[in-house]
Design a protein around this ligand. Sequence first.
Ligand code: C2E
Ligand code: MG
Ligand code: MG
Ligand code: MG
Length: 279
Amino acid sequence: EAKSAGRGTHCLFEPQMDETARERTVLERELREALTFGRFEVHYQPLVDLDRNRIKGVEALVRWRHPERGLISPAVFIPLAEETGLIVPLGEWVLNQACRDAATLADDISVAVNVSAIQLRNRTFAQTVLMALAASGLKATRLELEITESVLLDDTEANLETLHTLRRLGVRISMDDFGTGYSSISYLRRFPFDKIKIDRSFVRDSAGRSDAGAIIRAIVGLGTSLGITTLVEGVETEDQLATVRAEGAQEIQGYLFSPPRPLSEINEMLFLAKARSAA
Ligand code: C2E
Ligand code: MG
Ligand code: MG
Ligand code: MG
């Protein structure tokens, strides 16, 4: 019987297996190979301070350089990496790469790294972060970790403890995709987040509506009264930027300013911005 050949191999002989499952198996194998052969890249998207119209930091966003399929979006492989546990070594690699890259940028530029619930559940996670900081020489205060509410949904107490430990060391914690979950607001009471990243669905849906910005305004108000910075994700147009400005958010991120780019291009952007401000 094919099954007795062990996990992974029996899949190849099941005639009723559908195309999706087959593709998934291939993707999982390729994902493991990609880790082994170093086929991932980190791109960076600027986080812009609206007051001073200046890049404050960058978000590290992983991409997979596939030999045949080109650059693959994390939306495709992060869910599978989470299901298979591969997110642990992949996430650790991203963290180390992002810290090393950020250490080469100016002192006042921070780097934000996305962290999955599965990574945080690992009792050694705080240690992993400390080692990435030590190895790169990056100051803890220049690192932000972005988590979504799913991180606080499971294993809440232990995860909160890890986040507190990291925060005491100077690492900042952002709540990503704010407003897309069931209980984003209640989590603001459970943990002293440094930043709220308002999900891009709110800015997208505000276009051309009479209540444009009402939700953004409410979240910014909440952030302000709690002393938390608010950033709006996914700003693509001047109209959206105007709305976000009017509602008082401190930071934006979006294609209008810049898509995620390789480090070399971020370096150029920072260099040009500096030259402009000096002129
Ligand atoms: P996220 O953390 O919310 O990152 C923002 C996503 O929005 C990025 O997609 C970015 O390219 C996209 N984006 C930024 N500005 C705009 C805009 O103006 N318009 C539109 N339509 N999109 C915009 P990306 O790079 O495809 O990443 C998708 C998600 O994958 C991320 O969402 C994050 O949840 C996850 N991800 C990416 N890298 C990592 C990683 O290293 N670790 C983990 N655990 N997750 C990651
Ligand atoms: Mg993020
Ligand atoms: Mg986000
Ligand atoms: Mg998102």
